[in-house]
Design a protein around this ligand. Structure first.
Ligand code: DQA
Length: 146
């Protein structure tokens, strides 16, 4: 089993950007934390971060050819704008879990729409970076038929 963790725009600035919303852990800390978690579960994992919508679409499409079994995605602000990311996840038909570090449902009105959600098997918000680990668990459960 191979998972792919995708982070969208400005998530490379974790630890620097708005720590009240996103905490003090850096993107590198996040990668190490998820890697250690997946190592413990015996699951292979790859990481991708981009600030560019089309590059994110390309990476989702690549996952189809790489036979990735599950995707964890935090699309950042593209959550609220991108039909292209929704279509990409629908296209590849790989089980995908949407993650938001902050509790988006308690924030601005413009964060209340998620286009990608319709193509995801689950959504985790407001759990900080632990949300990515919960998303891994969700994908493992799904993979094992639960
Ligand atoms: C975010 C929430 C989005 O609204 C925001 O644009 C982000 C991060 C989160 O992880 O809480 O960039 O996806």
């Amino acid at each position: 089993m191979k998972l792919l963790v995708i982070n969208g725009p400005n998530l490379n600035f974790l630890g620097i950007r708005e720590p009240d919303h996103y905490g003090r852990e850096t993107y590198d800390d996040l990668v190490k934390k998820i890697q250690a978690y997946c190592d413990g579960k015996g699951v292979a994992v790859e990481f991708y971060q981009s600030n560019h919508e089309g590059a994110l679409v390309d990476r989702i499409q690549q996952a189809y050819f790489d036979q990735v079994s599950g995707i964890v995605i935090n699309p950042g602000a593209y959550t609220h704008t991108s039909i292209a990311l929704l279509d990409a996840v629908k296209s590849v038909q790989i089980p995908t879990v949407e993650v938001h570090i902050s509790k988006v449902e308690e924030r601005e009105d413009f964060r209340q729409v998620s286009y990608i959600r319709a193509a995801c098997i689950g959504t985790i918000t407001g759990m900080g970076t632990d949300g990515y680990l919960l998303a891994v668990d969700r994908l493992l459960e799904h993979h094992n038929g639960h």
